[in-house]
Design a protein. Structure first.
Length: 162
């Protein structure tokens, strides 16, 4: 499958930010998400990147350092819009499973689109809240209740239990 050349807006995130823990919070706070626009050839075969070329990947590492994670905001926006446009007769709450990528820039982006967050642990709930996601927009789906379970309920976190 072939695609035309496009301009891709990328969210560039350092490793320290993408995998920050409370112990790394001071170091991670130094790395705000960067946004850059690079020309990205999307004429690559389906088994390679559809928005990064070797040249644009190098531009990303030159800008943000290495290793770096680059996300296509266009692809994220398209996916979010497709989910939000899903036909429904009785209302729909779209949730992003943050287990897929708990990066705060991605969580904030999806939240700005009106997408809620599905967390699978108390730690993920805290991480989402630290990213500015309101407690009432977080659903906790877990097999093991965190120690602060009662506090999370009082804050408005929704619980998905079977």
């Amino acid at each position: 499958m072939r695609f035309s050349t496009a301009i891709a807006t990328l969210a560039l995130v350092s490793t320290a930010q993408a995998f920050s823990t409370p112990a790394l919070s001071n170091a991670a706070s130094r790395f705000a998400p960067l946004q850059a626009t690079v020309e990205a050839s999307t004429s690559a075969p389906a088994d390679t990147s559809v928005f990064l070329t070797a040249e644009s990947a190098k531009a990303c590492t030159d800008l943000a350092g290495s290793p770096v994670f680059a996300y296509s905001l266009e692809k994220l926006r398209d996916s979010a819009d497709a989910c939000l446009a899903f036909p429904n007769a009785y209302g729909l709450t779209v949730r992003y499973a943050m287990k897929a990528c708990p990066n705060s820039a991605i969580l904030k982006f999806f939240s700005s689109k009106g997408i809620h967050i599905d967390a699978s642990s108390g730690f993920e709930v805290k991480r989402a809240m630290d990213a500015g996601i309101p407690a009432e927009n977080i659903s906790l789906s877990t097999q093991e209740l965190p120690e602060n379970f009662a506090d999370l309920i009082k804050m408005g976190v929704k619980i998905n239990a079977w």
